[in-house]
Each structure stands twice: as structure tokens, then as C-alpha cells.
Design a protein around this ligand. Structure first.
Ligand SMILES: [Zn+2]
Length: 370
């Protein structure tokens, strides 16, 4: 196709829609029939029209957010300007091994668990950030060994590069799928990324999930985390992803991921939300369910902030994010939840975070009822 007769992005998307995904892209056409195309991020500025004040950081993240969706088999697809391709597949050893006996399937996806991989984003003397395939390597070579527990595995890994379906260790991946598609998007193969046991320091039962649920109850927050049938078996009801990096909360924002990586995570979260009808409170950090540091309260606050502002861009169903609350109540809740769980320096931590992302100004620009 020459430059002259290349369709514009809008024309292209319209054409794909009308043809029901009949355009040929490798071997994936059969799965594109019910492929839904969300609104384009960053192409309009509805906040400005409504008098809402969204700061530059948030606008940049939204403009970098990739457009992703699943096909029926469970491939995560990336929509580029002129093509739809599945993201790279780099399987974890755990996933490869158990494919032989058809790993167990998730019956109902209730949660999306957010992690970081715990390694420095850039190796000493390296000129570029590490890529997501090193996360897979890390999962295959954990620095612990538990008897009768195989190596961990997650569904996706994310790095600080543009989404690249032909990714490699030099160009990066943006997002890669680290477990093979199961054949049925509604029943992905189970991951192994949350191991709730006892607190290794004091031998007491791990209480983070319990604490999270009580903070949520106090603020009348509804989350699938409270679903009775799940109990502590979170792996059987959740998708999980790892991202490059460590210590997001420690001396914030020193180790916090860059906007590109946050955008990749958020694009993935939106695709998961659309497919499984998960809201912002069904997206939980590993530290919210287990006594771990990843990814930390600042990170989950940002993800929930992005969920809220996405409603104004038409990127996600309003009801899924705000439920019966007004937008003002929703943003107030995510702030109060952070303050409740972030410990004795919560107010100071919030102030630092808010200086970067400007949520208070955004809240003040919202009408009382909208
Ligand atoms: Zn984790």
C-alpha cells in the first residue's frame, strides 16, 4: 500500500468495523469478528470543554495509552494506526511446561492483580531500560524456592517501550503476553502470582487482604475482592501482570515508572475491564492482597485516577467506574482510601503525589453533581 492510498486512521477503523474484521492480518482474522473498538484516546479534549482541569502528566499518559482488545481465543491485540496484531508472546517456563497437561482454567475473572517485578529498571552501565522479556526470565529464575511450588507465572508483562508486536530485547515489547491464549477468552489459563501464606517475619497469618477489605467496607467501596467463593485462592479468579521496576512507593517518585510504562499498564487495564467488566476497585495491587510492597499505594491511586478521567474521554463505561456515585464522590473515595491505607505519613505522601498528578485541582473543577 502506498502512502497516498493509505487510509486515514478514522477511515481505517470505520472500514474494519463495517467489514466485521474481514481485513486480513496474519492468521487472526477468524477471531476478529466481535472485536470492539474503543474511543480513541487523546484525540479530543472533553475536559477543557467541560471546564475540567486535567494536568499535563495525566494528559500525556492518556495520549500514550495504547488501544488494546482481546479476540475470542484470548490473544491480546494491539491496534496501531493501520494494523491489528497480537502482542508478542514470550511464555514463562511455568506456562510452557504445563501446556502439556492443559493448565487449569479460570472459571470467572473477578480481579486484575498489579505487580512490579522487583528488579532495577535499568542495569548498571546499561544505556536503556530493561525489557519485559527479562521479567519473564526473572519469573523463571526466582530467588526463592518453595517445596512443591513451581515457578511463578502471570498473563502479561509490561515495560517502558512503545507496544511492539514484533518486540525483542533491543526494541522492547511495551506489553507481551506471557501465557499462551487458552482458546477461550472468558476462561484464561490460571496464573501463579499470589501466594497467600503466613507473614514470614512474624509467623502470623497474612492480613493485607483483610485490612484492604475493611478499608473498603468503611468507605462503602464495592470490589470483587470481597467475593466469598474466592477465599484466599486469588490465582483462580484473577489475571495478573508484572511490570519492570521496583520500590515505586519508597522515596516516591524516585523509582516511579515513566509515563510510557504507566500508559501501557493502563491500556492493558482498560482492555481487561472491557472484556471482563472489571471496575477500578476490581484492579488491586499485590500489596492490597498480600504483605508485599508491589506496586504500592501511589501506583494504585494513579490507576484509579486514570479510570475516573477516562470516563470523560469515553474510554470506559461510566457505570463501571462510578457505579451510583457522582464523579466528585468517586475521586473523593479514591483519595480517602489512599489516606486510610497509606500509614502514618499518608497526608505527606498524598501531597507529594498530588503535586505531580494534580488530582485536587481536577476534583475542584468537577461540578457537584454530574
Ligand atoms: Zn507481586
Amino acid at each position: 500500500m502506498t502512502k497516498e492510498n493509505r487510509l486515514s486512521r478514522e477511515e481505517f477503523l470505520k472500514a474494519t468495523y463495517l467489514m466485521g474484521g474481514a481485513i486480513l492480518f496474519g492468521g487472526f482474522t477468524e477471531n476478529l469478528a466481535d472485536f470492539s473498538i474503543p474511543a480513541l484516546p487523546g484525540e479530543k479534549d472533553p475536559e477543557k470543554e467541560k471546564g475540567l482541569v486535567l494536568n499535563g502528566e495525566i494528559k500525556e499518559i492518556l495520549s500514550l495509552t495504547p488501544r488494546l482488545s482481546f479476540d475470542k481465543a484470548g490473544h491480546l491485540l494491539h491496534l496501531d494506526d493501520n494494523q491489528i496484531l497480537p502482542v508478542s508472546l514470550v511464555q514463562t517456563g511455568n506456562d510452557k511446561y504445563r501446556r502439556q497437561d492443559e493448565g487449569e482454567k479460570i472459571e470467572n475473572v473477578l480481579l486484575m492483580i498489579h505487580h512490579f517485578d522487583g528488579g532495577a529498571p535499568r542495569r548498571p552501565f546499561a544505556s536503556k531500560d530493561r525489557t519485559a522479556d527479562t521479567t519473564v526470565y526473572g519469573l523463571d529464575h526466582p530467588n526463592w524456592s518453595l517445596e512443591n511450588v513451581s515457578t511463578p507465572t502471570v498473563h502479561f508483562c509490561v515495560d517502558n517501550y512503545p507496544v511492539n508486536p514484533e518486540g525483542n530485547k533491543d526494541a522492547g515489547f511495551g506489553i507481551l503476553q506471557s501465557q499462551k491464549e487458552s482458546g477461550n477468552v472468558m476462561h484464561p489459563t490460571k496464573g501463579q502470582h499470589v501466594f497467600i501464606g503466613i507473614n514470614r517475619a512474624n509467623g502470623m497469618p497474612d492480613i493485607n487482604k483483610k485490612n484492604t477489605l475493611s478499608f473498603m467496607n468503611e468507605l462503602e467501596i464495592v470490589s470483587n475482592l470481597g467475593d466469598q467463593k474466592m477465599g484466599d485462592d486469588i490465582n483462580s479468579y484473577s489475571l495478573g501482570y508484572e511490570q519492570v521496576g521496583w520500590y515505586f512507593s519508597r522515596s516516591f517518585p524516585e523509582h516511579f515508572p515513566e509515563n510510557r510504562q504507566i500508559a501501557n499498564v493502563f491500556g492493558l487495564s482498560l482492555a481487561v475491564s472491557a472484556e471482563y467488566k472489571l471496575g477500578p476497585w476490581d484492579n488491586v495491587g499485590h500489596h492490597e492482597v498480600q504483605e508485599k510492597a508491589d506496586p504500592g499505594d501511589e501506583f494504585m491511586l494513579l490507576i484509579r485516577y486514570l479510570y475516573g478521567v477516562s470516563v470523560f474521554r469515553g474510554l470506559i463505561d461510566k457505570k463501571l467506574v462510578f457505579e451510583d456515585d457522582s464523579p466528585k464522590d468517586y475521586f473523593g473515595k479514591i483519595k480517602n482510601y489512599f489516606l486510610a491505607r497509606a500509614g502514618k505519613h499518608a497526608a505527606e505522601r498524598y501531597k507529594k503525589w498530588n503535586e505531580i498528578y494534580g488530582m485536587d485541582r481536577f476534583i475542584n473543577s468537577l461540578p457537584d453533581r454530574a
